[in-house]
Design a protein. Structure first.
Length: 143
């Protein structure tokens, strides 16, 4: 007799209140300067999440958004990327990251990329297809 296996259902969309992603800061409560960040000392090897790079200065600008299962490697690669690091002269580059579940990273990456419009395009963000979004909108009260 053959056993039939049930197909796994996709995880339901989160339906709770918005969550604060708790973007990382240094011990003094400031965001990390990209050029001075020691990713290994920060414990980012094998750490999964989403990261954002920006520059300050007269006209601050989002520079790059990425996601990785090893933030140390990804951020170290960003430091070596000439397109990204060319913005260092515009007031310094800063970076922060937040732990995001692997299965949620593509959606977060796509959202942040579309919302922030970073100066350096991440090709991975462009290839992410839209998925089903389950958002409950509260009904407006009349009167």
């Amino acid at each position: 007799m053959l056993k039939r296996f049930k197909k796994k259902q996709p995880a339901p969309a989160y339906e709770g209140p918005p969550l604060d992603p708790e973007w990382a800061r240094n011990k003094r409560g400031k965001f990390h300067r990209l050029a001075h960040l020691d990713t290994v000392a920060e414990g980012l090897s094998g750490f999964s999440g989403v990261y954002v790079i920006w520059h300050s200065g007269v006209k601050p600008e989002w520079v790059y958004v990425g996601a990785s299962n090893d933030l140390a490697s990804a951020i170290d690669e960003a430091i070596e990327d000439q397109d990204i690091f060319s913005y260092e002269v515009n007031g310094g580059l800063y970076v922060t990251w937040s732990p995001i579940l692997k299965e949620r990273q593509p959606g977060v990456l796509k959202y942040l990329t579309e919302a922030m419009r970073p100066a350096v395009e991440n090709p991975a963000a462009k290839s992410i297809k839209d998925g089903a979004i389950n958002v409950k909108v509260p009904k407006r009260r009349e009167g």
